[in-house]
Design a protein around this ligand. Structure first.
Ligand code: DGJ
Length: 728
């Protein structure tokens, strides 16, 4: 019965048309259901997203008891016009100046795409103007995820201006809506903020065009019917927009206490001109529903991402050292080779050469003032090229990666002099710099070729380039393109230009690992992650701050994409000093790397690093593919832990940290989650001579670990521990 609907649909691909009686369109996953209601007059309302209520037809004849002439029925895709007055997902300005669009049902289809995925498409049409909207709902049964987007077609006779063109809307009905969203800045990404929504509109948004995820992130969680956030109980809806450009997620609570959430491209950047006969494909909005708290909502998103979204090969990525914080721009062949010796001796698996290797003879990249765009090797730093460094790394059995920032150009570069028309700018206005650089106009096909070419030629610099760090260190100001008629199209077309370059790259280089970096975590979204294997979570490598940044990031994105590096102390961003073990124990809960000058480490630090890296390799499959359970929160608990459990619950790894410590009477107790109560687990603390847990090496039942808990003696600020659990 599990996939009854798709099976039926497989044989009788269900197609319904307008003109029938009222009907229900139900989109279902294993534990969730989204219900649209087609009224007899063809209007389509959104009536349910939450737990399943079996036969969807029970809702036929539903009465909201609201006055029909007050316009308070919630549209599935609110268009500006008619009697709809809430915020609009679609707002069209027609060539004659008219501003109304009224969408009516024009049929729907249900098609199984696989054993797990069923696609429902609901077609809407405005008979007067010819505007058409197809609403896509892809239901991922096992993951409890529904991915939705709109395709907007101008079926009229003239171009139209889309003044808003959101991807998707949902409507919820609950006594309380506790919103969790993310704010931040450079080096402080994904800070968690919570608020109880009140009447009116709250938006989570960006208008920066690129590098859009520092200050907010296109994602959220809504805890329903409660004023407290819970990992393990209560209804939670989480959402994330797969888009690397301007976005807006708008939460509007109306006078009936209903919450409508519309998500998509931020319309405030300017209207999009859609030619007659053309279709705009809006980005995917990913939703999940959990009836048992935020933890399950995260796990649903993570497993959907791993199964269907993230670009990765099925193997775990190499642990690495990146030379940025170790050398910045100041390196040469000898310095790099010595670093590589240490990388190999500590047991890491890849060396990544960061910014500073290019600029040619005229604009060598010795600081951030120049060189972007001139992707020729700096002959002073690397007289024998990049290939000697790559070859040297390979000779030590390491893989090799390199940094580029192909969307950018320094004013001091040959590229800027040769192609002023490739720069994002508006004629007659000053072109502003950020970090001494301009942005190249990816709406221009010539620039797309150039950016692809930068990637392509970098890959030819040496045999065996395994990893590209793709950076992006500014956002858009004074948007303008020399190739666009309607400048309002810039924002959408830029991101599409980026994705089209990514696609070309992936066709030619399916196996290279790409890191999505934008001054740290400025491009952490499910749009970029369709093409990039990992994201650089933050330029802030300080372990205490990282606990918070990684906690926030992992609410939505899985640990396997979060680059997480051990760096030197005092930390370069915060000056904080934490023990090397704490730094490793934080970095090992993500995609492990190091980012320092190993020559500055003493022998015992190197020996510890070697041990920590070796043990990481033995359990990292759990970090990559295991289910994440958060044991509390770093915001609320002085000691915080998280754990990953494999699918059959036979192995797990627990990371525990003391973040605040005020006296010896205080010791943590972690009640573990996600284990099988019936199984017995041997608990072993890793990387220590003497364990901080009295039971290390002993065996405990899953129910003991859950119901009584694990009580390590973590009685110092920044004490930390990693426990490995294996069922016997
Ligand atoms: C910003 C990145 O986030 C850093 O890791 C580093 O690559 C610098 N750019 C290099 O300019």
């Amino acid at each position: 019965m599990k996939r009854f609907l798709p099976l039926v649909a497989f044989f009788f691909c269900l197609v319904a048309n307008a003109g029938d009686k009222a009907k229900v369109v139900s989109v279902e996953t294993e534990s969730s259901q989204m219900v649209l209601y087609v009224h007899q007059n063809g209007e389509v309302s959104f009536y349910h997203y939450g737990a399943k209520f079996d036969d969807p037809d029970q809702i036929l004849g539903y009465k909201s008891y609201r006055r029909a002439d007050y316009g308070t029925e919630p549209p599935a895709y609110p268009a500006r016009g008619g009697r709809h007055f809430n915020q609009s997902a679609l707002a069209v300005r027609y060539a004659d100046g008219a501003i109304n669009t009224e969408l009516f049902y024009a049929g729907h289809q249900v098609t199984p795409l696989s054993d797990d995925i069923t696609r429902t498409v609901v077609n809407l049409e405005d008979p007067k103007t010819g505007m058409k909207v197809s609403l896509y709902y892809d239901a991922y049964f096992d993951e409890d995820v529904i991915v939705s987007h709109a395709e907007i077609t101008n079926g009229g006779k003239k171009p139209v201006q889309l003044e808003s063109y959101y991807s998707s809307g949902i409507v919820l009905d609950s006594p309380d809506y506790l919103l969790t969203h993310f704010y931040g800045a450079w080096a402080r990404e994904m800070q968690v903020e919570r608020e109880l929504l009140t009447h009116g509109t709250k938006s989570v948004s960006s208008l920066k065009g690129v590098r859009t995820t520092h200050t907010e992130n296109p994602s959220f969680m809504l805890s329903l019917g409660t004023r407290t956030f819970s990992e393990e109980s209560g209804e939670v809806i989480a959402g994330a927009l797969a888009w690397s450009g301007n976005y807006s997620i708008d939460f509007q609570m109306d006078e009936t206490n209903r919450l409508s959430v519309i998500s998509g491209v931020n319309p405030a950047g300017g209207a999009y001109m859609l030619d007659k006969g053309k279709t705009l494909h809006t980005p995917d909005m990913i939703y999940t529903y959990s009836s048992c708290g935020a933890g399950q909502a995260s796990r649903n998103l993570h497993s959907w991402a791993r199964n269907y979204c993230l670009y990765y090969s099925s193997s775990v990525a190499p642990s690495l050292l990146n030379n940025w914080e170790g050398t910045y721009f100041d390196f040469n062949e000898d310095i790099l080779k010595k670093i590589i010796d240490d990388v190999a001796s500590m047991g890491l698996e890849m060396f990544v050469l960061d910014d500073g290797w290019f600029g040619g003879t005229d604009y060598p990249r010795n600081n951030s003032d120049q060189g972007l765009g001139d992707w020729q090797i700096d002959p002073v730093k690397l007289p024998d090229g990049v290939s000697v460094i790559a070859d040297y790394a390979h000779s030590k059995n390491l893989r090799f990666g390199i940094w580029i920032e192909p969307e950018m150009v320094s004013p001091r570069s040959h590229l800027a002099q040769d192609h002023p028309d490739w720069i994002v700018r508006e004629d007659g206005r000053e072109v502003t710099t950020i970090r001494n650089q301009w942005l190249l106009d990816l709406t221009n096909p010539d620039v797309q070729d150039f950016v692809f070419g930068v990637f392509d030629s970098t890959m030819q610099l040496a045999d065996g380039i395994d990893y590209i760090k793709w950076d992006c260190n500014r956002h858009v100001e004074s948007a303008g393109s020399s190739v666009l008629g309607n400048q309002g199209n810039f924002w959408f077309d830029y991101t599409q230009g980026l994705y089209s370059v990514y696609r070309r790259i992936r066709e030619k280089y399916p196996d290279v690992i790409i890191q999505s970096c934008a001054s740290g975590g400025g491009r952490v979204d499910y749009g970029a992650l369709r093409y990039c294997n990992e994201a650089w979570t933050s330029d802030n490598t300080e372990a205490l701050t990282r606990v918070f940044i990684q906690y926030g990031t992992n609410l939505i994105y899985p640990a396997m994409v979060c680059g997480s590096h051990v760096s030197a102390v005092p930390n370069h961003q915060t000056a904080n000093i934490t023990p090397l073990k704490f730094r490793f124990d934080v970095a090992c809960s993500g995609r492990l790397g190091m980012e320092l000058q190993p020559a500055d480490m003493n022998d015992s630090e190197k020996a510890f690093a070697r041990k920590a890296i070796e043990s990481y390799k033995a359990y990292r499959d759990l970090v990559y593919y295991g289910d994440l359970y958060r044991l509390g929160s770093p915001y609320e608990d002085d000691s915080y832990a998280l754990m990953y459990v494999n699918e059959d619950k036979t192995r797990a790894v627990v990371f525990a940290y003391t973040l605040k410590y005020m006296g010896r009477t205080q010791r943590p107790l972690f009640r573990l989650s996600g284990l099988d109560a019936e199984k017995n687990y041997r608990v072993t603390e890793l990387n220590v001579e003497k364990s901080c847990f009295w039971g290390s090496g002993k065996t405990f039942s899953g129910s003991y670990l859950k119901n009584h808990g694990l009580n390590p003696n973590m009685e110092k600020l920044y004490s930390s521990a990693i426990f490995y659990l294996e069922a016997e």
